[in-house]
Design a protein around this ligand. Sequence first.
Ligand code: 13P
Length: 340
Amino acid sequence: MNTQSLIDVARKMVADDRGLLAMDESTSTCNKRFAGSGIPQTEEARRAYRELIVTTPGLGESISGAILYDETIRQQTKDGTPFVKVITDAGIIPGIKVDIGAKDMAGHPGERITEGLDGLRARLKEYFQMGARFAKWRAVFALGDGIPSRGCIEANAQALARYAALCQEAGLVPVVEPEVLMDGGHTLERCRAVTEDVLWTVFNQLYTQRVAMEALILKPNMVLPGSTCPDQGTVDEVADATVRCLLRAVPAAVPGITFLSGGQSAQLASARLNAMNVRFRSRLPWALSFSFGRAIQQPALEIWHGDRSRASAAQQALAHRARCNRAARRGDYNETMEKT
Ligand code: 13P
């Protein structure tokens, strides 16, 4: 492992106010999104959609890295150019999702444990050879009566840390994604307390497993009230609760924090990231950036609808969201951007 080159990649992933684009939906998740929009759930439709994304003009101005899925990293454009080459030529670093999903956890009803450690060393080696320079692993924590439990938090945190150590050994920057889900009626304060507990546990495990903090990216949830909580809080309240939580639990050596969007609307995700940077940017030790999936892709997917003649309009919507989020990193995003 060459730690300096890992640190260089990690820094590049959050440099120049750019952020990550998550386009690593598993086949079943991608099919679910397609079904929701009446798009055929075929390998060719998934390939065509991912081609639309990676060939979006100007994408590299706002996007520093793209997270791919195993199927996607092996695919090519219609004219035979590998997606990895298209991405790299656009100035975007290729990344890869390497967990194999969150499965029901034994003895822990309602909770899930993320799998994928068996054979991971060999898979990471292959992905590195294919051009990937960072990887992603997602753990999920549902909030409810008595959950998340210690058992669930600790097992997932240890898996994240073991994955991160293997990534750094293989020359890939680990994107460590512990996601506290927004489903439910819990308050903003409950989400803050659970997120803080999860992050403390994750960083304790990362330390125990000898992961270099300078060479990883944290991909957390924003601290949000549950989606059915009557008090949704203001944009500034969410920004304050999120940054306060991160300041307590995330070491200053970590170069960047790139939020997942988790089901927030595209505009709200941009507005909340913007508020964090407006209010705190000058006194934060790490870059506060984005690694959105739905909050970047959803408007484009709705326009595209599987129709080739709408590809260019969909690409414009995608580039627009990427630009809005880049502006949010600088604290320059505002609603008038949505009207242009
Ligand atoms: P969302 O932004 O849609 O939550 O996706 C991000 C992601 O990578 C989930 O693992």
